[in-house]
Design a binder for this molecule. Structure first.
Ligand SMILES: [Zn+2]
Length: 220
């Protein structure tokens, strides 16, 4: 699943997915590029036009590192939750130190099909709260970092039924990679590490993760 970040790459994401049947696109406005308030109407038109191709609204969310734009981030995020409600789509959410605020908004704007909290970082309580709302947690390169003991613990406790794999490439490098070097190919290494964290045989884990992805992105 390849999410967009904003109007500047919506067309590119749609083109790539049209060329490769195994790529599923999502359209949205990323909070770090959420100058996008003016493009919300445009997003709505794109979602309507491509409703049969896209599998989610995203990437959307809130990022505490950009405090000065928080009010605008919130407005743009809420409008995307409404779009997901209107078009019966899941969302893929970017949350940087905003888990509690995002949880509160998801309670306020419930989504029948849930979504993914991508690159989840947070406590066990936060993880369980999102899962209760029908969300899966995206696990990527962070789980390969030596300092990610807390994340590994949370993941081992909640088990595989509510996880999906991701790379977030070119961001979130795996251990040993430099910033910007990440590619979708690292998914195999992330999978291996996850399999060892969960103490689960790869052939079983791959089935569970594949099912989770389908459950979220393909309505039954
Ligand atoms: Zn993100």
């Amino acid at each position: 699943m390849v999410p967009a970040i904003g109007p500047e790459n919506w067309q590119r994401v749609m083109d790539i997915s049209a060329q490769h049947s195994q790529i599923m696109p999502a359209l949205g406005i990323h909070p770090c590029f959420s100058d996008g308030f003016s493009s919300l109407g445009e997003l709505s038109q794109w979602v309507e036009r491509y409703r049969q191709q896209i599998v989610a609204i995203g990437e959307c969310g809130l990022d505490r590192r950009f405090k000065e734009t928080m009010e605008r981030q919130k407005k743009v995020f809420i409008e995307q939750l409404r779009l997901a409600q209107q078009f019966d789509l899941p969302v893929t959410i970017h949350s940087v130190r905003m888990n509690d605020e995002i949880y509160a908004l998801l309670k306020q704007y419930p989504l029948a099909r849930g979504g993914v909290i991508h690159a989840f970082q947070g406590s066990l309580v936060q993880a369980q709260a999102f899962i209760k709302l029908g969300f899966k947690l995206g696990i990527g390169g962070a789980i390969t970092w030596p300092r990610s003991g807390k994340l590994r613990e949370v993941v081992a406790t909640i088990g595989p039924e509510n996880l999906v794999l991701e790379t977030d490439s070119p961001d979130m490098p795996i251990v040993g990679q430099r910033k910007g070097e990440n590619t979708p190919a690292t998914i195999c290494f992330i999978f291996e590490i996850l399999s060892s964290v969960l103490v689960m045989r790869p052939e079983f884990l791959s089935e569970v993760l594949y099912k989770n992805s389908r459950d979220i992105f393909f309505a039954s």
